[in-house]
Design a protein around this ligand. Sequence first.
Ligand code: ATP
Ligand code: MG
Length: 339
Amino acid sequence: MRILGIETSCDETGVAIYDDEKGLLAHQLYSQVKLHADYGGVVPELASRDHVKKTIPLIKATLAEAGLTPSDLDGVAYTAGPGLVGALLVGATIGRSLAYAWNLPAVAVHHMEGHLLAPMLEDTPPPFPFIALLVSGGHTLLVEVKAIGEYQILGESIDDAAGEAFDKTAKLMGLDYPGGPLLSKLAEKGDSARFTFPRPMTTVPGLDFSFSGLKTFTANTIAANDNDDQTRADIARAFEDAVVDTLAIKCKRALKQCHMKRLVIAGGVSANRHLRVKLEALMTSLGGEVYYPRTEFCTDNGAMIAYAGMQRLKNGEHNDLGVKGFPRWPIDQLMTIKS
Ligand SMILES: Nc1ncnc2c1ncn2[C@@H]1O[C@H](COP(=O)(O)OP(=O)(O)OP(=O)(O)O)[C@@H](O)[C@H]1O
Ligand SMILES: [Mg+2]
């Protein structure tokens, strides 16, 4: 079976074809980063309009890359939520319409399930059950994963998501959008010992997160110090250390609470090198393993949507003719797939 996957939930147009026997056959990505850079963040209307321009050419390019025609496909999957409603509706309209025209089932995919399952595209996929830390531009979620669709949310951010905190802090420091990777690069030259930022909500019980206060802490630290290159790098380092430590403390707590030794990290922030090193060390100390997607599949992409769509399609799930987008869609409302 082969499925076409379409991702348009935010500022990346991603398309891929996944074969349940051969794996990923082709994938293409177009990033709108340059389009939004002048505004310092994603402008929803511009994002939707650009998806309208890019999605069909990208589908053609992906089919050509795989050497396939629509008649070789068994289904069309598209991100139906959560995300920006206009952007979602572009992918949903195109995906649903193509499925109708090609007489194929259409599968509405949950974007965060896509992120969660992205490590399944790697050579050594994580076996179930595991704890997943989903850290992206819009979400920070700790999830107990027993099977595909059997998700229990253990904790989440009560304000900014981890990626959002990286981006907003980077903006404060005068870095371009999206600032997360740039802030992380700057932090490499920083001295960990110079500033110590708080590890929010780690001294209270529970698995929720709060990152918005770190922005204020960063702003105050910037205001109270010189603006030389080394100080900027030291501040970036202190911020990154605080986020990474906080995430690691909560992962450890979640693993202990659920008696598990397997951790999956996914979403844009899982590309962060410092976070990977920290969580690898944590899992080594616990005698467990950590799994994450290849760097290009940490941020939004069509491959994860095609993969998640394939699992849903094989489970007999597909959608009616309605074109629907769900800007908010809790991940624990999905159907469990029993293996
Ligand atoms: N190396 C890195 N270090 C820190 N943050 C990073 C790194 N690489 C990417 N990010 C952050 O990841 C986020 C983008 O990830 P992703 O594409 O998964 O998010 P999104 O799709 O916008 O949000 P969501 O998936 O919640 O809808 C941005 O906030 C970006 O700054
Ligand atoms: Mg995403």
